[in-house]
Design a protein around this ligand. Structure first.
Ligand SMILES: [Zn+2]
Length: 318
């Protein structure tokens, strides 16, 4: 399913750039992804969509929780599509708050106990060193598309983007190629069928969440390791220290918070997610931080919730 969505995004963007311009925007991709998640996951998914005006005020696009109704892994996702020539607007500044979008993404993610990531939409395939390494370390599943289109949707730590934007503020240019080369296919990170075949019995939700947690942690540590801000202490790498965006969240604590979200495995669902689990999709309670949509994916073992199609987080059986 995630593999299928990646392939669909890949071809859609490729055609938009090369055959039938213009290419769709990030919002279209997000809407389409959410539609597909809803369609494939049936009653295992709950989707809450919020006011677009709210979303424009901040760096984050949408939030996804993979959970078993008590514990889960939360991602705060900022979508970025590749331009025809493989560039991404990583250094986008949110005018209203005079802050970099990547900084707001991190700040908002930490406020809701999420891991901040960029979701890149790409229209070409590659195999990067980081992907090989992560796969060898067992953090990624082995599901890939023969035509490379699983690279249509890839994840990159927002901390990695922050450090790159910091470099740019110091007078360097953004290294788009380096960043996409470090990003990992989202299906291989979020797969719920690692090391199984079609015939294997379903895995327990605990195992599924632990695998996803490990992969997401690996992705984040890769991002932090590349970041001078986090590896050498709280030195400001760009000019947003004194900005209002940071007024409530001192950066020094931010480092600890980044690690706290990743400590001790999948953590208890925070109150705003528990509230959404009980809420009606059309009438969500207001989110704690602005968000375009919040998607809850239930991987719990309760088979009563199984949709007619077999649940499959990465590949779609058909
Ligand atoms: Zn997989």
């Amino acid at each position: 399913m995630l593999l299928w969505i990646a392939g669909d995004s890949f071809h859609w963007l490729h055609n938009g750039h090369h055959r039938y311009p213009p290419a769709p925007g990030e919002e279209s991709f997000t809407d389409m992804n959410i539609r597909h998640l809803r369609q494939f996951l049936g009653d295992r998914v709950k989707v809450f969509q919020f006011n677009k005006d709210q979303e424009r005020q901040n760096g984050a696009d949408w939030e996804m929780w993979i959970h078993n109704r008590s514990h889960g892994v939360g991602l705060r996702i900022q979508a970025k599509k590749a331009s025809k020539h493989g560039r991404y607007p990583f250094d986008h500044k949110v005018k209203k708050q005079n802050a970099y979008q990547c900084d707001l993404l991190v700040q908002h993610a930490l406020a809701v106990r999420c891991v901040p990531v960029y979701l890149l939409y790409n229209h070409w395939d590659w195999e990067g060193g980081s992907e090989r390494e992560a796969a060898q370390a067992g953090r990624l599943c082995g599901h890939v598309a023969a035509d490379g289109s699983h690279h249509g949707c890839t994840l990159l730590s927002a901390y990695r983007v922050q450090s790159e934007v910091g470099r740019k503020v110091d007078g360097n240019s953004l290294r788009h190629k380096v960043l996409w080369g470090e990003s990992l296919p989202w299906n291989r990170v979020l797969c719920d069928r690692r090391g199984t075949t079609n015939a294997s019995p379903p895995r327990s939700s605990g195992d599924v969440l632990n695998d996803i947690f490990t992969a997401v942690t690996g992705l984040t540590f890769m991002g932090l390791a590349q970041s001078p801000t986090y590896s050498s202490g709280p030195t400001p790498s760009h000019g947003t220290w004194g900005d209002a965006a940071y007024a409530q969240t001192p950066y020094v604590d931010g480092v600890d918070d980044a690690l706290a979200v990743l400590r001790h495995g999948p953590h208890r669902l925070p109150p705003h997610v528990l509230r959404l689990l009980k809420a009606h999709e059309a009438e969500p309670p207001p989110p704690p931080v602005p968000t375009a949509a919040t998607v809850l994916v239930d991987v719990s073992d309760d088979r009563a919730q199984t949709p007619p199609e077999p649940f499959e987080g990465c590949v779609r059986f058909r």
